[in-house]
Ligand binder design. Structure first.
Ligand code: ARG
Length: 406
């Protein structure tokens, strides 16, 4: 009989390293590791060697950065998707792509099972598993962290030492960190106390606003149909553009968030985020939309943004509703072309200018000078009719015998 093959979503950290050995023993299986490179700087070094040392028969390390930015991040950016109005969802946007990677490799390798290292109380288990179910429902899914006997990191470490699994002595970092180009999520340790301000060492990439440069930086971002294409007038490929904004934003203390959020499984959690590129680009993008979207589309899109953010957060990226709402968003982006100039200064972003060939801002209509072309008298009749329902209502309330006139 052929040996069972399991494709494991592998980060190279303690959990997934222990998982490789544990799965191969428990299921008498060949383990193939799959690591998607989405721009996580620290973890990716030596991951292939580590996988081999841990006992994987084969390992994939795929640079998915371009696909991540163009097929996933841009959709969320165009949608203005910020979960609970704030979190730009670097982790939540990355998971569906990693689920797709697992599925692609499982199909290629003829494996019937995939596995991930998410815990039983987080959102990521939902995102991975719903993603796999939507793309390849024939695959079995094993989530060792929901099943295995280890009750603490220490027990996992013991197992790792016993089985010669290479692990970094990781007492130095008390946090659980998830990183990609769009942002970093940091939880655990002292952060579990929502009354405690995050210590400076919780932040992994951003300079504290206090220590950021005393002189501001000015940047100009150019958009085409809702997608950022230039930085300071230079066309950049998507990965380069996001990387440069991440580094620059981080140096100016931009993109720190400290949030309590509602998880899919119903608990509230406290998480710290650093998302310089995401916050800069969402700010610039929404500023441009303010200029070019007509009033009704602008207002309606606010509801759609919120709905899309919930779908992404809740693991429903590969769903008909997400596709349908994304098509709506794309239609709204037809005229979201233009430039936004921002100032970055000690953790803050200020809009300096916005411009577009599709700008709906009409100076002659808006001005209070003699240039004014707006017919002020026309407002009188408009407001009479516009207010008529409330005038009628008041008459009824007061049982007034007077005639209601428009
Ligand atoms: N709370 C975030 C989300 O569900 C991030 C989860 C991963 N966080 C972490 N520190 N490992 O999208």
């Amino acid at each position: 009989m052929l040996k069972k093959k399991i494709v494991v979503a592998y980060s190279g950290g303690l959990d997934t390293s222990v998982m490789v050995k544990w799965l191969s023993e428990k299921y008498n299986a060949d383990i193939i590791t799959a690591t998607g490179f989405l721009g996580q700087v620290k973890e990716i070094e030596g991951v292939k060697e580590k996988a081999a040392q841990t006992g994987a028969v084969k390992s994939y390390v795929l640079d998915l950065r371009e696909e991540f930015i163009t097929q996933y991040v841009w959709k969320a950016l165009k949608a203005g998707a910020l979960y609970e109005g704030a979190y730009p969802m670097a982790t939540a946007i990355g998971r569906p792509l990693l689920a797709k990677m697992l599925v692609d490799i499982a199909v290629k390798e003829n494996a019937d099972t995939v596995s991930h290292g998410c815990t039983g109380k987080g959102n990521d288990q939902v995102r991975f598993e719903v993603g796999v179910q939507a793309l390849a429902p024939q695959l079995d899914i094993i989530a060792p962290l929901r099943l295995w006997e280890f009750k603490s990191r220490e027990e996992e470490m013991e197992y790792a030492v016993k089985h010669n699994i290479p692990i970094k002595a990781s007492k130095d970092n008390p946090y659980s960190i998830d990183e990609n180009l769009w942002g970093i999520a940091i939880e655990c340790g002292v952060l579990e106390d929502p009354t405690a301000a995050p210590p400076e060492d919780a932040y992994q990439i951003t300079t504290s606003p206090q220590n950021a440069p005393d002189k501001p930086a000015t940047i100009t971002i150019g958009f085409e149909k809702g997608i950022p294409v230039t930085l300071n007038g230079t066309e950049l490929n998507p990965v380069e553009l996001v990387s440069q904004l991440r580094d620059l934003g981080a140096a100016y203390g931009i993109g720190r968030l400290d949030l309590i959020e509602n998880r899919v499984v119903g608990i509230k959690s406290r998480e710290i985020y650093e998302a310089p590129a995401a916050i800069i680009l969402h700010t610039a993008h929404s500023e441009l939309e303010r200029l070019v979207l007509d009033k009704e589309t602008f207002r309606y899109k606010q509801d759609v943004s919120n709905k899309i953010a919930n779908l992404i957060y809740d693991g429903l990226w590969y769903s008909p509703l997400f596709n349908a709402l994304s098509a709506f968003v794309d239609s709204t982006q037809e005229n979201v072309t233009g430039e936004v100039k921002l100032e970055l200064y000690k953790g803050n972003i200020k809009t300096l200018s916005r411009s577009s060939q599709y700008s709906l801002y009409n100076k002659k209509l808006a001005t209070y000078t003699v240039e004014d072309t707006f017919d002020h008298k026309a407002s009188e009749g408009f407001i009479k009719i516009y207010g008529l329902p409330y005038k009628t209502l008041c008459h009824v309330k007061n049982q007034s015998n007077e005639e209601v006139t428009a």
